[in-house]
Ligand binder design. Sequence first.
Ligand SMILES: C[S@@+](CC[C@H](N)C(=O)[O-])C[C@H]1O[C@@H](n2cnc3c(N)ncnc32)[C@H](O)[C@@H]1O
Length: 332
Amino acid sequence: MSLRQPALRTDADEHLAALCKAGGDPLRLNVLRALASDSFGVLELAQIFAMRQSGISHHLKVLAQAGLVATRREGNAIFYRRALAQGEQTGGALHAALLAEVDALQLPDAVQTRIAAVQAQRSAAARDFFARTLEKFRAQQDLIAGLAQYRDSLLTLLDALHFPPGATALEVGPGDGAFLPELARRFAAVTALDTSPAMLELARQRCAEEGLDNVELKLADALRDPQPAADCVVLNMVLHHFSDPAAAMARLARLVRPGGSLLLTELCSHHQAWAREACGDVWLGFDQDELAHWAQAAGLNLGESLYIGLRNGFQIQVRHFARPERLPPLAV
Ligand SMILES: C[S@@+](CC[C@H](N)C(=O)[O-])C[C@H]1O[C@@H](n2cnc3c(N)ncnc32)[C@H](O)[C@@H]1O
């Protein structure tokens, strides 16, 4: 009687085995934990886990082969983020359970400190960029999409929301403050948060020139510094500067009062890589469905959207997302 071994290497077997292998290492579990609420490049992860780039790359490859992390290339950098579990497919339940268990892990203090250092480096790089390019700022913005091109559409969406008298607005990343006069006319009080002192100075000059006495300008990071919520949060051409836009949406949703709105203007996905150098963009616009998916994952409801095609080939999306009474808990 011949004892032939059954074929064990089906795709499903391979996938489950890859998942088990990927989960069978404390360092990889900690990498997954670190990616719970941010995405990081290879060099950043090497810094966070105090390893050589080749060492961390090996672990990332194992995680990617198991489908536990996904990558997105931005210029020369590759950012890693956690991949969502595919519920119905083989390994989907194990993947989801593994991430849930990982979320209960406590990252070592040294790792948490280095994550904070990496995030501080990113903020400093963004501040430097806006400080260095201050004079060219308006020209560079207008190279792609200036307020003039989307102001009317944005105001159409804003005015259709009929905020009551006494409602408040918060603008994240007002830049030189060009949209603040519109907000100041429509809301009882407006707060504008920007991480760039140089941009805030331009916004301050504009508020002074226009005599806007209901606008408060604050030097603050909208993703990290606690802020009181507002009825309407506005974000024009800012999301593409955030390293993890999905996590940013979850944070921004919390700046909106229950029943309030998030209005977001962004570029649609494009392939003009020069925008990174010229305008400091981290992301080359966003796919419309992707943005809707992140908003829904943040607990927001989809409202109206307007799309504006520009002569230079870019397309702008102006999106409204509504905040319900309750939001899902934040992945910390
Ligand atoms: C491309 S500019 C857009 C300015 C303006 N909204 C416009 O459309 O002209 C991005 C602005 O976001 C600010 N910014 C970037 N990250 C931020 C953060 N985490 N919190 C607050 N402001 C931020 C930058 O300093 C800059 O002023």
